[in-house]
Design a binder for this molecule. Structure first.
Ligand SMILES: Nc1ncnc2c1ncn2[C@@H]1O[C@H](COP(=O)(O)OP(=O)(O)OP(=O)(O)O)[C@@H](O)[C@H]1O
Ligand SMILES: [Mg+2]
Length: 364
């Protein structure tokens, strides 16, 4: 399911009311269930904690929650807690009075005030300095902020959407995160699965990014070759959707035609490419086979056998002795398979055909 929603695509730490069409891809059953959960949670005012590895779409989901809430006409503010020093975060969040610290030439509102009646996205909340956690807890409990250098509380009405890519329970156990703040955040929790655990999203997302970046680059229609689809499905995507997006963008820049080929992608070292032979793990192989089983193409065994023979033969630079040795099969068996799959050079094909005839006539 691809959702077209009203969105903005501005940088983190920006405030915006602007809307811009963007699509959310939720095809895999795991993602569809997640979307149901988001739609149930969004209209309430409950604090949300989004947990997910880097690049899994935490900010995008936070914006979607805001867009589906009754606060959608007000501001969505985003603050990355890992990017600022403790002093600066306090002033960014709660604001400061003029002269409250060196450089505070003017009074300034913090994010809580600016995002009043809207939503505030606190990204990488696990990196909040412990000293600030207690102040934030107070704001969440009292629903009022006190600016740096002031004693006057200001009432605020802000929905908090927090995100983390670290395990906050472990951070609590290690005393890096206050348990009371964790429970405040953890009212409604959304777990964003890594892309490798929702493979049904990979190709729809790849096509989605193909359309976006193809249009931006002014290209006509560009497609994925079947081998590329398999390559993308077999990759682990440690950087998740962001990595897929960048990979498609890069591939579009280098691909010479209107079809993205596996060689147009430079995937990181954890990539286990079925065509390179030496780094195949049986896990990856099993995953690829399971996907093929799901697709249930006709002549599945032939497809698999041909792929094994062709890939190994190419890997061994078409040397039959080495190919047979690597596959641990006899050279005769190999030659027979090469013949079936049309991979023998012409001259050898004839000799083999003659031998076959000879064998047949002897049997007869
Ligand atoms: N379901 C989706 N459909 C379409 N695009 C998506 C989807 N999820 C994520 N993206 C895109 O993937 C990229 C990464 O998403 P986002 O920035 O929300 O991830 P993140 O979890 O916040 O990453 P990080 O941990 O690096 O901050 C963005 O360009 C976003 O638009
Ligand atoms: Mg993010």
């Amino acid at each position: 399911m691809t959702l077209l929603v009203a969105y903005d695509e501005t940088e983190s730490r920006s405030l915006t009311h602007s809307v811009r069409a963007s699509a959310l891809v939720f095809e895999d059953p795991v993602s569809r269930r997640l979307l149901d959960q988001i739609e149930r949670i969004a209209p309430s005012d409950a604090t949300v904690l989004i947990i997910g590895e880097t690049g899994t779409g935490k900010e995008l989901v936070a914006r979607h929650i805001h867009a589906l809430s009754k606060r959608s006409t007000n501001i969505f503010g985003a603050l990355n807690c890992a990017s600022l020093s403790e002093n600066l975060i306090e002033s960014e969040l709660f604001g400061h009075e003029k002269g409250s610290f060196t450089g505070a030439h003017m009074a300034k509102s913090g994010w809580f005030e600016t995002a009043n009646r809207g939503s505030l996205f606190l990204d990488e909340v696990g990196d909040l300095p412990i000293g600030l956690q207690v102040k934030l807890l107070r704001v969440l409990q009292e629903r009022e902020v006190v600016k740096v250098g002031s004693r006057q509380p200001v009432p605020v009405d802000v929905r908090i959407i927090a995100a983390t890519n670290v395990n906050l329970e472990e951070a609590v156990a290690a005393s890096h995160f206050r348990a009371d703040l964790y429970y405040r955040f953890n009212v409604a929790t959304i777990h964003l699965a890594p892309l490798r655990e929702r493979p049904g999203d990979i190709l729809p997302l790849a096509r989605h990014f193909l359309t976006i970046y193809g249009e931006r680059l002014g290209y006509g229609e560009v497609k994925l070759s079947p081998a590329t689809e398999l390559t993308l499905l077999n990759y682990d995507w440690p950087g998740n959707i962001r990595e897929l997006e960048n990979a498609i963008h890069r591939a579009l820049l280098v691909c010479p035609g209107n079809r993205l080929r596996p060689e147009d992608f430079k995937l990181s070292s954890s990539f286990r490419h079925v065509e390179t032979g030496h780094s195949v793990s049986t896990n990856t192989l099993e995953t690829a086979l399971l996907r093929l089983c799901e697709q249930a193409p006709p002549k599945l065994f032939e497809i698999i056998e041909e792929t094994v023979i062709r890939t190994t033969f190419e890997f061994c630079e078409e040397n039959q002795v080495q190919t047979a040795k690597l596959l641990d099969i006899s050279r005769n068996v190999l030659r027979h398979k090469l013949e079936i799959y049309g991979m023998l050079p012409n001259g050898q094909r004839k000799v083999l055909a003659d031998k076959e005839e000879f064998r047949v006539s002897r049997r007869a």
